[in-house]
Write a protein that binds this ligand. Structure first.
Ligand SMILES: Nc1nc2c(ncn2[C@@H]2O[C@H](COP(=O)(O)OP(=O)(O)O)[C@@H](O)[C@H]2O)c(=O)[nH]1
Ligand SMILES: [Mg+2]
Length: 257
């Protein structure tokens, strides 16, 4: 799934950057097209009845403490932003339902909740993650320099086909910028990273689009598997119904009345 999309950072995410990599393929172009045109709907549980997803996507957010991981998550899930840096202890989860082509997905987002300060994130955190949001702050050179540590973590702990999204957060702090857009882009091209984007959890710039496009890419990537598992489920239900009807008929036949 690597090297499928290239895109411009702090600019509008939907305007994909002109191809920057000579390794581009037809497959990539079609993926780009599919993502652009794929309709989606965020589904809110307004009736209080728990929603039943067809498929769950696990997304994890990693990077140095203070880069804005928790804020990116709350901006996307609740469209809120808090100025205070609160290190949460324990495990932080958040989820949102998104519907694409009649399939309901639960996007489960895992936040590191403070463990990253001690570089002690457990294996469970990485296990089964479909996408990894590798985050630094454009206003912190140190957080950028530490990407190698996190990248090695991803390579040793996560699934081989997990999508990797490099995020340069705090793009609203242009006056404090310590990492240029080009440096971020170079890091992306030199590593096995799918997308590079600059975001601002404060203004909301590119945050929603990053998550939505990640979900779309995951959907396109796992489409066959998803449709197969849905078809299997339908078949199972139909078989169960047929079995019930047949045994009912049997019972009616043997009835003496
Ligand atoms: N200006 C600005 N500040 C941000 C942004 N994202 C996070 N922050 C601030 O950075 C600090 C750390 O954010 P937090 O989400 O707790 O970082 P985490 O440790 O990576 O989870 C907080 O004071 C936030 O208000 C952003 O996009 N722009
Ligand atoms: Mg946090």
């Amino acid at each position: 799934m690597k090297k499928q999309l290239q895109r411009q950072g702090s600019k509008d995410l939907t305007q994909y950057q002109e191809e920057q990599d000579n390794e581009e393929t037809d497959c990539k172009v079609s993926m780009e097209e599919q993502i652009k045109t794929l309709p989606y709907e965020i589904v809110n549980n307004t009736r209080g009845i728990p929603l039943q997803q067809d498929y769950t996507f696990k997304l994890i957010v990693i990077g140095n403490s203070g880069v804005g991981k928790s804020c990116i998550m709350t901006r996307f899930l609740r469209n809120e932003f808090r100025d205070d840096h609160e290190v949460t202890l324990g495990v932080e989860f958040g989820s949102l339902f998104i519907k694409m082509e009649e399939t309901l997905f639960k996007m489960q987002i895992w936040d590191t909740a403070g463990q990253e300060s001690f570089q002690s994130i457990t294996k469970t955190f990485y296990r089964g993650a479909h996408a990894i949001l590798l985050t630094y702050s454009i206003a912190s050179k140190q957080s950028f320099e530490n990407l190698d540590y996190w990248y090695n973590e991803i390579k040793s702990q996560s699934e081989a086909d997990a999508l990797i999204i490099l995020i340069g957060n705090q793009s609203d702090r242009e006056e404090a910028r310590e990492v240029s857009f080009e440096e971020g882009l170079k890091y992306k091209t030199q590593h096995d990273i799918d997308i590079f984007i600059e975001t601002s959890a404060k203004t909301g710039n590119n945050v929603k689009d990053t998550f939505i496009n990640t979900a779309k890419m995951l959907y396109v990537h796992h489409k066959q598997k998803i449709q197969k598992s849905k078809a299997n489920l339908i078949e199972k239900i139909q078989r169960r119904r047929l079995k019930r009807t047949l045994s009912q008929n049997e019972r009616n036949k043997t009835c003496a009345c």
